[in-house]
Design a protein. Sequence first.
Length: 282
Amino acid sequence: MIGQHDLVSGAHFAFTDRWGGVSAAPYDELNLGGAVGDDPGAVRANRELAAKALGLEPAAVVWMNQVHGRDVAVVRGPWEDDGASCVDAIVTDRPGLALAVLTADCVPVLLADPVAGVAGAAHAGRPGLVAGVVPAVVEEMASLGADPTRVVARVGPSVCGGCYEVPERMREEVAAVVPEAYATTRRGTPAVDVAAGVLAQLARLGVPEPPRPTVCTLESDDHYSYRREKITGRLASYVWLDGADGSTNPDERDGSGESGRTEDRTAPVDGAGAADGKSGSD
Ligand SMILES: [Zn+2]
């Protein structure tokens, strides 16, 4: 279910594995991706199971329609009825609103500045690495008051450089933009290490170095791998900030006039469609 859950100064960073859900093969068991051919009812049930395990309301999780680009959206509530935006990164200054990234080999990047109360999440595959989705999301967080040198980062399970074989020309193209992503497989063939590239981009932005990812999705039977399985599910990575009262439900905090918050840094913004229980498709 939840393979890893770190809490740093009120910022949560959580990563699922593939177990504990209701999806049938080849999506077994906890597929959280809605655009991979799995039964939508199973995906909805899995999202509810994962949210419950994390102490989140399912409607307080924002999913993306990921397209391997570098666009970033600022979110302050669930998407409206027309569904999730086609972006590969989202940022928020709303405590209790969880940002989710779907992956199966690509690199999920979770970021939070607990002091500024700003969180960000990005989907960085090879195209996103080259396009610069990581600098883009950090820049957007900074526009909301985050300081890159204060940002806590986590990089989730993804395919490692020893496994991610690519044509020589593609390795050269990636390395021309991010030299640190240049890699070689264990068989001695050209490869790309996307996670190493992401870590290098974060370092250049001044973000303190996160722990190196320890799980290679392609080598782990506990994780989905697109490269290994082709038709398979998606893992999810979640980042969110606790509120001043420790609550993780934004709706509860906004409703009452007697919350324990001692300051309002930002004007309250009504979450669009917050009451309909939909968190958008992906
Ligand atoms: Zn590997």
